[in-house]
Design a protein. Sequence first.
Length: 446
Amino acid sequence: MNDLKNLEVKLDSFDWNTRRDAFLKLIDMVKKGKILFPPPAPRINLHFHTFFSFNAYGYSPLHIIWKAKELGLSMAGSVDFDVLDAINEFQWGSLEVGLPFSSGIETRIYLSQFSDLEFSSPNEPGVAYYMGNGFTRLPEKGSEAENVLSFLKQVAQKRNLKIIEKVNQYLNPVQVDYHKDVLSLTPSNNPTERHIVIAYVQKAETVFTDKDKRALFWSERLEEEISMISQLLQDPPNFFDKVRLKLMKYGGVGYVKPDVGDFPSQEQANKLILNLGALPSFCWLSGYPSGEKDPKFMLDFCLANQIETIFIIPDRIWDIENEIKRGSNLKNLYMITQECQKRSVPIFVGTELNKYGQKLVDDFDSKYLDPFTSYFLESAWLLWGHMVLELSSRRGYNSSWAKETLPDRRKRNTFFALLGKNIPADREVIKKIGEKSTPDLIKEFG
């Protein structure tokens, strides 16, 4: 293994000092001209899961930053399920290499007023994926925001234990211990369903060391032909998905039907997001769920509840083989994008990277995305503009300063996007922007 590859491997160490030192050595190689980055291109990814929740390739926040620079991204955003553990690392690393950035959280909320409608969480009426983007700091000890964050983690742990209890019974003699087999797969004790899947697959390898016996075991438990299982075992990513779908998703033996108390309300989630100066984002899946069919209805709800941004994963909309389905999907994407533009609601996009095979960045050169890319990019620059002012002077997009100074959302969007386009990810420049008076900022970017 050469020096470069060795350092890239160390970027994913669970030990902070190890990955920081590797990152600094890589930066030194860039400074010495041993590594050349491409110039930033009009491509962004605002939805990179890190290994603090689940990244399909085990990437740490620093490794994601490194990949973003290698790809020539103009901006990158970290997002993790139910935790904000990546914030400080992502902020430090991005500023070290001059990469505009954002950090966020993803969770699920329960909308009691829409208990009969489906949103972005299939087969779970009233439940929707929800995000906060543009975090610049962690909550203070004992604060309301910290209490919400603790609640999210407790609920996730409780659900994980319920899943394992059910699946252990079904997969006996392949049984996992939550603390020994699952938590060890994470750097900060925040496992997801995907970690649990890996733990079961690894445990099966120790219980059934013979490949044929292992294939027979999975064939029986997953109720599939042994020939198909033998093939899937040679393709770990798809095998992991098969195990998760059969055992843990809706209809599976380990599926845990959510109760009302298992998710925060939208108001609770906003206490975490808004109290830390970030932007609430409602996740849009495809336009097919009953709660998404009418974009006007969905955006009416959002804007009435302090949700002024939408998050979309475009790749799963258009990059499919079925042309008829693609056409229908793109029609839905056009409808939600058009309605967001009418109402000046920013749309943030990314690829997640929490599933094997997902792209490192959307194909912004695709003819299918062409009608939408300019708005996606403009929204990203708005988010970076928010980051700059929130970092430097607590005058971000949702601050009282922003609402009072720029009460018209269209003008506020234009201001923050223009600021974002013109301010580099440089600590000194950001600091100086924060020292500017309101008249000076409006004169320059308003």
